[in-house]
Design a protein around this ligand. Structure first.
Ligand SMILES: Cc1cc2nc3c(=O)[nH]c(=O)nc-3n(C[C@H](O)[C@H](O)[C@H](O)COP(=O)(O)O)c2cc1C
Length: 384
């Protein structure tokens, strides 16, 4: 029985109507405690039990991409562990990789609460967190302290997602990203230039080719250890703008593209009123994640795959809840996928359920490895 779906979710989401950000803070606090004390009882015991029930090891799910070994293709998306406080625990929850951040060079409080809302009718969330985080120096200190243990105990790649500090003007953005990268370069396995959050004023204008090339140029000059660098893009970009970013990805030898962040679109939502504010989703600022984003993010993944003939790795994210959702993203062209909102709704067993389902899909299709499924439907026309 899945206690999360049968008891936890109805109790905390429906009956008690727990504030989503408060619940997130409690979850992160517990996971942080587990992460930092997992080498001694009782945390070591809890960690072992988690691994037994949530992890699934199978050689058919493994891939080596951009020099990193991924035990499975399902990762934690950015925004859940913004300060990297639970870096040790994500592998014990079944994830094949985890992305920490978004972290900014300057510590910042983010937008005023309430800033995170559930839209259960739509299996979605609306957030305008605004990169609340303790800053790159604090993350570097935390990760540096645990680097020794990390190399011993974390068998999964850890990415670090970088954002622009709110106080930094847009024309100084490249230096701001560089400052964070300089502090963290040795501590992440891959890095992400996040220019797609809707919750920092002007941030998405950095997706513009000339602005983005400044940032990528500076980071790659500094990138002595040749860490894989990704750009994370918004689902709301026009095809031309995505094509420009693909060109930049080639010019600056990026490891790939993460598609996508949350959307500012509100069409098709069933939710009329958000309970916490009494206003409609149309009246509330922020990005929508979860089910309403699924089709658009798959469309973006397929576009990138087609434009690059599958030569540029894609991390697919947006609206993944089930093995079918995951399979759709992978066969559209994503080598790896990430989850956030789905994990909140479906609970911790979701990763294992997806991995089990992916293995069944491989068997159904006569494939022996997940890498053979990447882009299998990449050439499919829209709507087929
Ligand atoms: C509460 C919340 C906070 C988020 N914070 C970040 C963030 O700091 N950086 C980022 O790149 N994406 C952030 N995201 C976006 C997710 O990483 C992901 O791209 C998006 O939610 C789509 O995936 P999903 O439908 O599985 O949630 C956030 C999403 C949510 C719901």
């Amino acid at each position: 029985m899945d206690i999360y779906r049968v008891a936890f979710r109805p109790l905390f989401f429906t009956l008690l109507k727990t504030d989503p950000e408060w619940l997130h803070q409690q979850t992160i606090r517990s996971l942080s405690w587990l992460s930092q004390t997992s080498d001694r009882p009782p945390a070591s015991w809890v960690k072992q039990r988690l691994q037994q029930s949530l992890c699934l090891d199978d050689a058919r799910l493994e891939q080596t991409l951009f020099g990193l070994k991924f035990p499975n293709p399902v990762g934690l998306a950015a925004g859940f562990d913004k300060d990297g406080v639970a870096a040790h625990i994500w592998s014990s929850l079944g994830f094949g990789f985890a992305e920490l951040g978004t972290v900014t060079y300057h510590p910042q409080p983010g937008n005023p609460p309430p800033r995170l809302f559930r839209l259960p009718l739509d299996k979605a969330a609306l957030n305008r967190m605004g990169f609340n985080n303790c800053g790159a120096a604090a993350m570097a200190e935390k990760l540096a302290h645990s680097t020794h243990e990390l190399t011993l105990s974390v068998p999964i790649p850890l990415g670090i997602n970088l954002g622009k500090s709110k106080i930094t003007p847009l024309d100084a953005a490249a230096q701001d990203y560089l400052n964070s990268f300089q502090l963290l370069q040795g501590l992440g396995d891959y890095f992400v230039v996040n220019v797609s959050s809707p919750n920092t004023p002007g941030l998405r204008s950095l997706q513009d080719a000339s602005m983005l090339s400044n940032i990528l140029d500076l980071l790659q000059q500094e990138n002595e250890t040749q860490k894989p660098i990704f750009v994370k893009i918004a689902p709301d970009l026009e095809w031309d703008a995505i094509a420009d970013i693909i060109t930049l990805a080639k010019t600056y030898k990026l490891a790939g593209i993460i598609a996508t962040n949350t959307t500012i679109r509100r069409d098709g939502l069933k939710t009329q009123v958000i309970e916490q504010t009494g206003k409609s989703p149309q009246e509330e600022a922020g990005g929508i994640s979860g089910a309403p984003l699924g089709d658009r993010s798959t469309e973006v993944i397929r576009f990138i795959w087609q434009q690059t003939q599958g030569t540029l790795p894609i991390i697919g994210v947006g609206g993944i809840f089930t093995p079918e959702d995951a399979w759709e993203k992978i066969t559209a062209g994503a080598s790896l996928i990430q989850v956030y909102t789905g994990w909140i709704y479906e609970g911790p067993l979701m990763v294992r359920r997806i991995l089990t389902g992916l293995l069944a899909k491989l068997e159904e299709n006569g494939l022996t490895s997940i890498s053979e499924a990447v882009g299998l439907q990449g050439n499919r026309e829209k709507g087929n």
